[in-house]
Structures are given as C-alpha cells and as structure tokens.
Unconditional design. Sequence first.
Length: 372
Amino acid sequence: MNKYDLLIIGAGISGCTLAERFASIGKKVLIIDKRNHIGGNCYDFLDNAGILIPKYGPHFFHTNYEEVWSYVNRFSEWIPYNHKVFSDVNGDGSLLVSIPVNINTVNKMFNLKIKNEQEMKKWLEKNVEKIENPKNSEESALNRVGKVLYEKLFKNYTKKQWDKLPSELDSSVMNRIPVRTNFDERYFTDKYQAMPKKGYTKLFEKMLKNPNISVKLNTDFLNYKENLNEFEMVFFTGRIDSFFQYKFKKLEYRSLKFEFKTIEKEYFQKAAQINYPNTEEFTRITEIKHATGQKNKKTTIIYEYPTWEGEPYYPVPTKDNKELYEKYKNEAKKLEPEKIYFVGRLAEYKYFNMDEAFLNALNLFESIKNGK
Ligand code: UDP
C-alpha cells in the first residue's frame, strides 16, 4: 500500500505551498525534487565569504496580497527592503539612470529640469508614440516612453534577455515595468516589500517541517511516472512539455547562467541591481547585500547571462509558444479527472512573480479542498 496520499513534483514555491497546506489538513505528502535541495529557483546558501547568495539569481519579494503576506510571515521574519535598479546606459558608469522610468530618469537622460507630475506628463505626451492597444513589447514601450528611452533602456536589454526582439514578445513582458510621472525610484510600489531574514531556503525548510511531509531530493519524476495512479492526487510543477515527453514540440524556456565574484571590499556598486542594456554580455549585476542587509567586510556580486541551455526559468511569451502551450494545456486538462494538476510558472507557462506563485498554489488548494 502506498503510504502517501499525495505526490508533489518540484519543491519550489508552488510545490512547498501545496505540501504545507495539504499536510496541515492531515494528508500524507511526498514531495520530490530532482535537484539536491528544496526551494526551487529561490534557493540560497552561504558562500565561502559567509554571504547569503541566491544560487539561481536574486528574488525580491513584493506583494499587495494580504493573504500572501500573512502566509509567508508564518514561516519567516522579514526585513523591509525597497528594491532599486539603475541602468548603466553606456556600460562605463557615465550615465546611470533609474529604472523604472521616472522624472529623475528623464532629467538625467536628456539634461532636463522637470519638476513635477504635470511637466512629466507633458514631456511624455510630446515624446511617446501613441499606439492604441499595443500588440507586443516594442509597441508597449514606444507607447509609454517613446523611441529614445525604448532604444537606450529596453530594446537591447530585452534582446539579450530573451534572444527575441521586443516586437516578437507579448506586451505583458514590457508592461511589467511601469512608467512614473513622479520621482519614485523604487522598482516596485507594492505595500509589502521585504526579504526573508534568514533567506528563502530557511523559509521553505520551515514550510516543509511537518511530520506529514516527506522530502526526497535527487529524485527524478520519471521514477514515479508509472505509479501516479497510486496517489490520491498528483501535482506537477516542472516544465509541462517534459511531462508529456515533448510530444508536440519543445516549449521555449529561457535560462540563466551566473558568475559569482567575491570582492575584498564592503560594497561594489551603489544599489542591489545595475542593468547593462547596451554593452556587455550579461544583463545585470546584482549585489545582494544591499537587499539582505548583511554586514560583511567582503561582498559577492552576481553577473547574469541569459542562455537557452540549462534549467528552465522563464516562459517565453511569443505567439508560437502560446499556441504550443495551449496544446499541452489541453492534454493536461484531460488528466484532471485523474487528479493530476499542473501548477506554477513552469507548468502553467506563466511569468508569475513570487507572490503570484504563492497565491496561485493557495487558491488551488482552497478550490480542491472545497470540492470546486
Ligand atoms: N527590461 C528592459 N530593461 C531593463 C529592465 C527590464 O528591457 O532595464 C525588460 C526586459 O525585457 C525584462 C522585462 O523588462 O525581461 C521584465 O523585467 P523584470 O525586471 O521584471 O525581469 P526579471 O527580474 O523577472 O528577470
């Protein structure tokens, strides 16, 4: 007899949230991950210099969802952190402007002295290319910031990040970045913006600390593929095309490679994140100490190189991928009567933020519990 009620494949945000929730109502949960750690791409660890480092790139938590905020507060203390990003337009520090575009960005780029919202609105009015219902990320950027800012800040960064021109990508990619008519330089404006005091891995450990949950690492889902019907429910959080052995075609997922460098000084750059839109092969340098607030005489910086090889990180919202995903989604729907669910960024092919991933898993739990 199977001693578990549920099988959860993948120990990232979606998997851990479902495990925690179902365990809390008495279900016996087996959660597996093919990596040698939990936490998915949020996993962090102390490096040789004693600095808390995100192995798969930085994660800055922000949310307006009260329920998500109160949920994550059950598993960690949080330290407030308002994320700030600058763009090194020429790659040599000569023009460092704040992102998202706000009054300071425009003043610095064009040597202007815009003083208030009204003047900024006027400037935008004059400089944007008005496009009704932007169909892609290029149109969205032109419509909101105009040609010069688009070309200097967004076009090449996007090409590097996605290996696609913004015109090939859904407008939702660019719409992630707002445009401000004030001086607010914060990257996000959500009510809650914070980092887990002891890191994300500790938070996930606490979520899974329940006698009803068993964790098996270094475990491929293929080991269980033939035995799924032995579980009351199965939750798959990996890339959806892999579940179906890529039977249609491979969906595109963009990946990242990282280079970590420890430096013998307290800080390397003026903010946690500096973007390099036009020069360099990497997209950005993150100095996570600015966010975690860790005190250390040394610092570790992270260079980010987008790539097609390696672990999947980002669904790539082009027309072709969306159509292909729909085919896989139809296959997935057919498995719902067998209580096999596809959940999260990779399985639902959605560019979820962390809080959206938590919310999505919490909602799925509630709907299953309430028999909807
Ligand atoms: N982006 C850009 N220039 C920037 C910052 C962002 O062109 O300086 C575009 C780019 O296409 C990126 C998208 O906006 O992929 C979303 O940015 P975000 O910071 O949300 O990306 P993430 O942190 O999720 O990689």
